[in-house]
Design a protein around this ligand. Structure first.
Ligand code: SF4
Ligand code: SF4
Length: 200
């Protein structure tokens, strides 16, 4: 039995899932000793229902349902501060990403649909052009959330129109997307990273 399996002796299906996460991601969750450095370094942990160190602990315990229903995984900015500060080199950010993909693969409703939709549209625009076009990003995001039955409030529309006007005045708003010379390389990185689509 390898080191990861030996450290994850949780009874029943929980142990199987915990081991599968460790094997699929290559992330050594069993090494976590709950020092909290990941949560203390996380810029948005205050807004999370389950803090980064608790996410790692719940993965160790095989608490799949609790994790897939958590809003934390969508609040996560993928800034990698947690992974950088972990003394055991546990890739907590990678774990968050794995959990996002697990929600999408299992066709569940993400706990934070609007964040998940923005995340999905952002990566799709990036994958297509290798860079972000703000106008296209917001059009697709609004269409996706509308199809999901979530209409923007008047305040949101006014705020977005004001931001678009400000960008336009400063010559920062491109009406047509431009393709980056590195688009193919960016697409390859996204495929390696495992971007999955959030359905409407
Ligand atoms: S920083 Fe690393 S070892 Fe410490 S709680 Fe977070 S994941 Fe565990
Ligand atoms: S990657 Fe996510 S969990 Fe880690 S520090 Fe950044 S926001 Fe927090």
């Amino acid at each position: 039995m390898d080191e990861t399996a030996a450290s994850l002796r949780v009874n029943g299906g929980e142990g199987v899932w915990a081991r599968a996460v460790a094997v699929e991601t290559g992330i050594r969750v069993a090494s976590c000793y709950q020092c909290l450095r990941c949560s203390n370094s996380c810029p948005v942990s205050t807004f999370m229902d389950i803090k980064p160190h608790q996410v790692v602990r719940l993965v160790q315990l095989g608490q799949r349902e609790a994790l897939l229903q958590a809003s934390s995984i969508w609040v996560c900015l993928s800034c990698e501060m947690c992974s950088t500060y972990c003394p055991n080199e546990i890739d907590v950010a990678g774990l968050m990403n794995h959990l996002k993909n697990a929600v999408i693969s299992s066709h569940r409703e993400p706990a934070e649909y609007e964040i998940a939709a923005f995340h999905d549209v952002f990566l799709r625009v990036l994958r297509e052009h290798g860079r972000i076009n703000d106008l296209q990003l917001m059009q697709r995001y609004r269409l996706k959330t509308l199809m999901h039955g979530q209409a923007p409030s008047r305040e949101e529309l006014v705020s977005e129109a004001s931001l678009a006007w400000d960008l336009f005045r400063r010559g920062r708003l491109r009406f047509l997307p431009e393709k980056s010379a590195a688009a193919r390389e960016i697409r390859r990185i996204l495929e390696d990273y495992g971007h999955k689509k959030v359905s409407s």
